[in-house]
Write a new protein. Structure first.
Lengths: 219, 541
């Protein structure tokens, strides 16, 4: 019986441990660049939030707290199933690995479904920035800016979710092909890291976009 | 012991596989380095062409060739191409790619496929930016200042920015790859303090690449969104803050200067010991200087906005920090000089470039301190003084080091020697051309000539003519090495494995190296630059 760890050792590495550690450090560096990417946007948001606090709270009051909170719970659950996927991979349980990968994908899809429902509602209510935007209250330009950041930041997050779904699907195919074992399952671990990172970003997005205007809620 | 290869092996990375496809699908870091050389050479000469047109225009006070609109496009495209498609990738992606795994005693970088992908992504970005140029160009300046770039410019801003955005991913891939490589791919015995300074400096560069480039990406993304949807982000008429754009842009673009200069320092830190036959003076200081340049370099961006209405207290802090970042740079200059002191210096071409680098970098660095001083900056902000300063760093620094490194490692890369006499002459030509081009720009700036103008008062003409004359000499200094290096690729004398009698693992294998760099993984037992001990070995041999 061929040893999968040996089979997957690429020729420029000396040992499987070296390969695993290299992949892992690569993923961590990637996550650091992602943190920088989002933090640039968080910083810009914070600057304008402090310049136009009233308008940003008005904008935040237009968020659907029910859908946002549901999505937060959905993503936290998906982080849990992702952790179980990694655990199943590490214990060599391929059946459970496949099941938990599928569960994570379903939760991710549910998140995206809810997210796009919200986008549609904002569009319907003339809250999408640009030519679609129509705000009857005060500070229309500043409220629009809130929505600009809302769409850019949650949109960028959604793009990461789509990428995550693709990665999960690849992991599922490789699981079905029998590529993973208790000794070799680095890709599952790395996808897990990525997925958790994307989930954590959402928690911050939820805080800045949904919770701020809670006390002014219009409906 | 490290296995020494006596004669050039028959099979090497160049002839192991042949054909165009073997290059386009290669994952060999050495070949990818050469692919980058090809790409950036094209962009260098394209950017140089724009420089030539700029210098022609400025021969006469009323402008020789173009109207102001065209001139705006010329300096913008010169800047964009030179910064993002030549200088940023110049040394790391060519020499860095080629040498980092070899210096570590590794077979390849950590992620070879990602390395190849970065080349494709880089070229894709370049093509998108070139599209904007062929459709009529961009006129915002390479800095894309808002609200001009988002609201008023009628040129192809989005395509140009999109190309830079895409090329940014290639920067991130390269930085990520290098960091992982340095951490995980070192040969047995290659401890951190046995790393050649080339590695330390590239490690510091890579930190900046992965930390700063994402900020450029979001900044350009926001510019594109504002421009496409006409929503307020940076445009003050729509409630935005244009100075926030400047903060975000320079948060990337100041560290980007160190992306350009740290690899140049990496090269010079190898050349100076090799041609002085002495260990690098103060190894640990130079190593930590690289890291502290990268770290402090993130905290100085505000010096680009002293006259943009930022608070005077912030300006004082940024001014102080800008002085602080000069300290590790100065440490390096002193240590290179101390390395040469009482060394047996040989005046081969790479050393000529290295010495040119040290001199020009020192001038460029000190004039940077003028600019970091709050009072003087008000006088010279947005003048040719600034243009002179950053060209001393980027052209006098990075380009000279790139050429010096290319000559030094050319025998390893190509397996051939270049014509030494011609090379020394062309190094001299480049140096003289450089001084003549850019020194007058300091004077122009100090006299009050603002940058980015197509016309100027007649009393400035003599300095502009000097600068243009220098530029044509400098051009010859660039075309010459390009020609004779290409010539030597076919007709040069075969190079021995170690033509410079250098230390470093890359010299312990054949020229050109085999596909996986070493016949066996080397085991490292000493630090770099052991020139004293090597001498005996050579005398015996
Ligand atoms: Cu700066």
């Amino acid at each position: 019986m061929a040893n999968p760890a040996a089979l997957s050792l690429r020729e420029h590495f000396r040992t499987p441990e070296q390969q695993r550690e290299t992949s892992s450090i690569g993923m961590w560096i990637f996550i650091i660049t992602e943190v920088m990417l989002f933090s640039g946007l968080f910083m810009a948001f914070t600057v304008y939030r402090s310049m136009y606090p009233q308008a940003f709270i008005e904008g935040s009051a237009e968020m659907s707290i029910a859908l946002g909170a549901t999505n937060t719970i959905v993503l936290i659950c998906s982080s849990f199933t992702m952790a179980l996927s990694v655990y199943s991979a590490a214990t060599g349980n391929r059946r459970m690995l496949a099941i938990f990968l599928i569960a994570t994908m379903i939760l991710g899809a549910a998140f995206l479904g809810i997210k796009f429902t919200e986008y549609y509602q904002h569009y319907r209510d003339h809250q999408a920035p640009g030519v679609w935007f129509d705000w009857r209250g005060r500070d229309a330009a500043q409220v629009e800016m809130f929505f600009v950041f809302y769409f850019i930041m949650t949109g960028l997050h959604a793009v990461h979710m789509f990428v995550g779904e693709g990665l999960l699907f690849t992991m599922l195919l490789r699981t079905a092909a029998g590529s993973f074992s208790a000794r070799y399952h680095t890709p599952v671990e790395l996808v897990g890291l990525y997925w958790h990172f994307v989930d954590i970003v959402w928690v911050f997005l939820f805080a800045i976009f949904y919770i701020e205007g809670l006390h002014l809620h219009h409906g | 012991m490290i296995p020494a290869v006596e004669v050039a092996a028959e099979r090497n990375y160049l002839n192991e596989e042949t054909g165009v496809l073997s290059w386009l699908f290669t994952t060999d870091h050495k070949r990818i380095g050469l692919l980058y050389v090809a790409s950036i050479s094209v962009f260098f000469f394209l950017g140089g062409l724009f420089a030539l047109l700029i210098r022609l225009q400025l021969l006469t006070p009323n402008g020789l060739l173009f109207d102001s609109e065209t001139y705006n496009k010329l300096f913008t495209m010169h800047g964009i191409i030179m910064v993002w498609f030549f200088l940023i990738p110049s040394i790391p992606n060519t020499l860095g790619n080629f040498l980092i795994p070899m210096m570590l005693g590794a077979k390849d970088v950590a992620f070879p496929k990602l390395n190849l992908l970065s080349w494709y992504v880089f070229n894709l970005g370049a093509l998108v930016t070139l599209y904007s140029i062929f459709r009529g160009g961009v006129d915002t300046g390479w800095t894309f200042y808002t609200p001009f770039s988002t609201t008023f410019s009628t040129t192809y801003v989005i395509a140009a920015a999109a190309g830079i955005f895409i090329a940014g991913f290639s920067s991130i891939m390269t930085g990520l790859n290098f960091i992982a490589t340095v951490h995980r791919m070192r040969a047995p015995g290659m401890t951190w303090f046995r790393l050649p300074m080339f590695i330390w400096s590239h490690y510091a560069t890579s930190l900046i690449l992965v930390l700063a480039t994402p900020i450029l990406a979001v900044t350009l993304l926001l510019v594109a969104v504002e421009r496409i949807f006409q929503v307020g982000i940076f445009d003050p008429a729509l409630g935005g803050d244009p100075v926030l754009f400047q903060h975000m842009f320079w948060f990337y673009s100041h560290p980007a200067v160190y992306i350009m200069i740290l690899p140049a320092m990496a090269v010079v830190s190898e050349l100076v010991p090799a041609f002085s036959r002495k260990p690098l003076f103060g190894y640990e200081f130079v190593a930590f200087a690289s890291i502290s340049i990268a770290a402090i370099g993130f905290l100085v961006w505000g010096h680009h906005m002293f006259t943009a209405g930022t608070s005077p207290y912030a300006a004082e802090v940024f001014s102080f920090l800008s002085y602080l970042v000069a300290v590790p740079s100065a440490i390096k200059v002193f240590n290179w000089t101390a390395t040469m002191y009482k060394g047996s210096i040989s005046w081969d071409t790479p050393m000529l470039y290295a010495i040119g680098f040290i001199g020009l970098f020192a001038i460029g660095g000190v004039t940077g301190l003028f600019l970091a001083a709050l009072g003087i900056d008000v006088h010279v902000q947005d003048t040719y003084f600034v243009v002179g300063h950053f060209h001393f760093i980027m052209v006098g620094g990075t380009v000279l080091a790139y050429l010096g490194g290319m000559h030094y490692w050319w025998p390893k890369i190509s397996g051939k020697m270049y014509p030494e006499g011609l090379a020394r002459l062309s190094a001299l030509v480049a140096f003289i051309g450089f001084i003549l081009t850019f020194f007058p720009q300091y004077i122009l700036g100090y006299l009050g000539m603002p940058r980015r103008y197509a016309v100027y008062p007649p009393e400035f003409q003599v300095w502009h003519v000097l600068s243009s004359a220098g530029a044509s000499i400098l051009g010859i200094g660039y075309i010459l090495p390009f020609c004779y290096l290409l010539w030597s690729w076919h007709y040069g004398k075969p190079a021995p494995p170690n033509p410079w009698k250098s230390t470093g693992l890359e010299w312990k294998t054949s020229s050109p190296p085999p596909k996986h760099n070493f016949e066996e993984t080397p085991v490292v037992t000493t630090g770099p630059y052991q020139f004293g001990e090597m001498k005996e070995e050579l005398d015996l041999g």
